[in-house]
Design a protein around this ligand. Structure first.
Ligand SMILES: NC(=O)c1ccc[n+]([C@@H]2O[C@H](COP(=O)([O-])OP(=O)(O)OC[C@H]3O[C@@H](n4cnc5c(N)ncnc54)[C@H](O)[C@@H]3O)[C@@H](O)[C@H]2O)c1
Ligand SMILES: [Fe+2]
Length: 361
C-alpha cells in the first residue's frame, strides 16, 4: 500500500482514477491510501458507483468519470467485482463500440485492438484472483445475462497484493472467497489439459490454503491473511489450465439466485470432487498428501472438504443457501451450457448435473 505513490510517480502518472465499490470506499484503509497519494501531489479521482453484480451502465459511467476529469491511469481496489469493473473501464477508454461487441463468447476479443490506459490492481479479498486475470464479467442491465470481456491487453501492469488490506474482511466473506480460491486450485490441478507448471502452482496453493484458511476465518493474523492472498492469486494463475464441474455447478446459482460466487463453489466443492474421484485416484492421492491426510485417497479428500466447510461455517446443503427442488431443472439447463466443465477431467452430462444438485440439496 505504501509503495503505490512512488510507483505512480516513477511512471509519471499523476492523475489516476481509483475504481472500487461503495463498501471498500468507506473503509479506513481506503482513506489511508488516498491520503498517501494526495500527500505526494497525486490528484486522485474515485469512482465507486457500481452494482454488487456489475452491469454495463456501471462501466459507461466510470469511463465518463475518467474522461471528464482527464485521468491518466486506472487503479482497481477491491474484491473481484470492483476489479472486474476497473478492468472493463480500462477497456472502454479507447474502445467505444457497444461494450458487448468485445464479448469473448462471440469472439469479440479480436476487436480489442487499441491500447489500454496504465492499469493497476490491488485486491482486498483473497478469492477470485481477478487481480492477475485478463477478463471481466459484466452483465447486461436489462437481461442480467453475463458477458465475458477478455484480452491479454487487460492484464494489470502491476499488482500490489497487500495482506493488510484483507485484515478486517468479515469471517463469512473470508470463508466464501477462500473456498473460491481453494476450488480454483483443486479444479486447475485436476483439469484435463497437460500443464505441469499450473499443476505445481495449484498444489502449492492448496497447501497454503490448508495451512491458513481456518485461522484467517476464525482468528485472523497477518500470516494467515498473507498465505490466503498469495494462494488466491496462485489459483487464478493455475486456472489458466482450466476449471471444472464445480464452477459449472456454481455459476447458475449466481445467475438464477444471486448467490455469492465463492459460497456457491464452497457448498458444491465436496460433491463435485466426489464425482471426479473414480478414474483419477492418483491425482487425488497427490491432493491427499498435500493436505497431510492419514488416508491418501479421494474419499479422505471429500471428507476433509465437508469438515473444512463445517469449521468455517459453510453449510453442507444447497437448501441452506436458498436452493429449492423446483430450481434443479433450470440450474441443470444452465450448468450444461456453462464454459467451465469441458475442462473437467471427466465429461459431465446434464443428468450428472441434475444428480449432483439433487445430492447436494
Ligand atoms: N474476472 C474473473 O475472472 C472472475 C472470476 C470469478 C469471479 N469474478 C467476479 O468476482 C466477483 C466476486 O468477487 P469477490 O469474491 O472478491 O467478492 P466481491 O468483490 O463481491 O466482495 C465481497 C464483499 O466484500 C466486500 N469487501 C471487499 N474487500 C473488503 C475488505 N477488505 N474489508 C471488508 N469488506 C470487503 C465487498 O464490498 C463486497 O461486499 C463476482 O462479481 C464475479 O463475477 C470474476
Ligand atoms: Fe471462481
Amino acid at each position: 500500500m505504501k509503495e503505490l505513490p512512488d510507483y505512480l510517480l516513477k511512471q509519471n502518472l499523476k492523475s489516476p482514477l481509483i475504481v472500487t465499490d461503495p463498501v471498500v470506499a468507506s473503509l479506513p484503509f481506503f482513506t489511508e491510501i488516498r491520503n498517501h497519494l494526495t500527500q505526494k501531489g497525486i490528484v486522485v479521482g474515485v469512482f465507486s458507483d457500481i452494482h454488487k453484480n456489475p452491469v454495463k451502465s456501471d462501466i459507461y459511467k466510470g469511463a465518463e468519470a475518467f474522461d471528464q476529469t482527464q485521468r491518466d491511469s486506472i487503479i482497481g481496489i477491491g474484491g473481484g467485482a470492483a476489479l472486474d469493473v476497473a478492468r472493463a473501464i480500462a477497456l472502454r477508454i479507447h474502445h467505444r463500440e457497444d461494450l458487448f461487441v468485445y464479448d469473448d463468447l462471440i469472439g469479440g476479443d479480436v476487436n480489442v485492438t487499441n491500447d489500454v490506459p496504465h492499469f493497476i490492481t490491488i485486491p482486498t479479498t483473497a478469492g477470485t484472483g481477478s487481480e492477475v486475470g485478463r477478463s471481466a464479467i459484466i452483465a447486461d442491465d436489462e437481461t442480467h445475462q453475463k458477458k465475458i470481456l477478455f484480452s491479454p491487453k487487460l492484464l494489470a501492469k502491476i499488482v500490489f497484493a497487500d495482506p493488510m488490506l484483507t485484515m478486517d474482511l468479515p469471517a463469512a466473506v473470508t470463508a466464501a472467497t477462500g473456498m473460491d480460491a481453494l476450488t480454483h486450485n483443486m479444479e486447475a490441478f485436476l483439469a484435463k489439459m497437460n500443464h505441469p507448471l499450473c499443476e505445481g502452482i495449484a498444489l502449492e496453493g492448496i497447501r497454503l490454503i490448508h495451512e491458513s484458511i481456518e485461522k484467517a476465518v476464525n482468528k485472523p493474523d497477518i500470516e494467515s491473511r498473507s498465505k490466503m492472498l498469495i494462494a488466491s492469486l496462485m489459483g487464478a494463475v493455475a486456472f489458466q489450465k482450466g476449471l471444472g464441474v464445480v464452477h459449472s455447478l456454481a455459476h447458475p446459482l449466481s445467475s438464477l439466485l444471486d448467490t455469492h460466487h465463492g459460497l456457491a463453489n464452497a457448498v458444491n466443492l465436496p460433491y463435485g470432487m466426489e464425482f471426479n474421484v473414480a478414474g483419477f485416484e492418483n491425482k487425488f492421492k497427490r491432493i491427499a498428501r498435500t493436505l497431510d491426510l492419514k488416508s491418501e485417497n479421494g474419499e479422505a479428500v471429500v471428507n476433509y472438504l465437508f469438515d473444512l466447510n463445517s469449521k468455517i461455517k459453510i453449510p453442507h446443503r444447497l437448501r441452506d443457501i436458498g436452493v429449492q427442488e423446483n430450481h434443479i431443472e433450470t440450474l441443470s439447463d444452465l450448468a450444461i451450457q456453462d464454459f467451465a466443465h469441458p475442462n473437467n477431467p471427466k465429461p459431465v452430462s446434464r443428468e450428472d448435473f441434475k444428480m449432483l444438485y439433487t445430492k447436494a440439496l
